[in-house]
Design a protein around this ligand. Structure first.
Ligand code: GAR
Length: 206
């Protein structure tokens, strides 16, 4: 399964995926391209250090967000990606992306969608919203991406209890550890379903 990964920041989910590929846990996955929407981020250092090809496609280099998103989709298609993973990617993908890239796009989100998703709900802001809402549980959602933000069908949700009095940072740390494991598990399942051997041909009896 040829995987493209879109990133905007720290890149710990990217790193977890690359670690799992390197250790043989994701034998049927190849990370073929990392795309960032901003320069100077740690995720690009992670990609460069691991020798994964990367590209920076920032909105400031394009005449519109639509043009940039079309370029992201074309870059994934040119690299023959089967799946694109949004791993801490912090912008909405507009329709030209979906027109240019026909593969599957999945996103990891640090809450139990549809709770605490949508515009501005990225990283620590999500955990702060979970605590502000007095939620007793939160979790991780990995879902298919559609043009409607955070609304695509869930592939998996993992739940965990909120600890009374914990900070958004502490909660983020606990959720992140679950994210890394869930992401590797889902990519393993997706790659297995894509690389499954076709059924043996049925021969007619003579
Ligand atoms: C992760 O917690 C990820 O789930 C979240 O941003 C963080 C990125 O961390 N994504 C979203 O909030 C998407 N709406 P990372 O860069 O270390 O992987």
């Amino acid at each position: 399964m040829r995987l493209g990964i879109l990133v905007s920041g720290r890149g710990s989910n990217l790193e977890a995926v690359l670690d799992a590929i390197a250790s043989g846990q994701l034998q049927a996955v190849e990370a073929v391209l990392v795309i960032a929407n901003r320069p100077g981020i740690r995720a690009l250092e992670v990609a460069a250090r691991r020798g994964v090809p990367w590209r920076l496609l920032a909105s400031s280099d394009f005449e519109s967000g639509e043009a940039r998103d079309g370029a992201i989709g074309r870059a994934l298609a040119e690299s023959a990606c089967d799946v694109a993973l949004l791993a801490g990617y912090d912008q909405v993908l507009r329709p030209p992306y979906f027109a240019a890239f026909g593969g599957r796009t999945i996103n990891i989100h640090p809450s139990l969608l549809p709770r605490h998703g949508g515009q501005g709900m990225v990283g620590l802001a999500v955990h702060a919203a979970v605590l502000a809402a007095g939620e007793r549980e939160t979790g991780v959602t990995i879902h298919d991406v559609t043009p409607v933000l955070d609304a695509g069908p869930a592939i998996v949700q993992v739940r965990l209890l909120v600890v009374p009095g914990e900070s958004a940072g502490d909660l983020a740390e606990r959720v992140l550890e679950v994210e890394h494991r869930a992401l590797v598990a889902v990519l393993g399942q997706l790659s297995a379903s894509m690389t499954a051997a076709p059924p043996a041909p049925i021969r007619a009896r003579r």
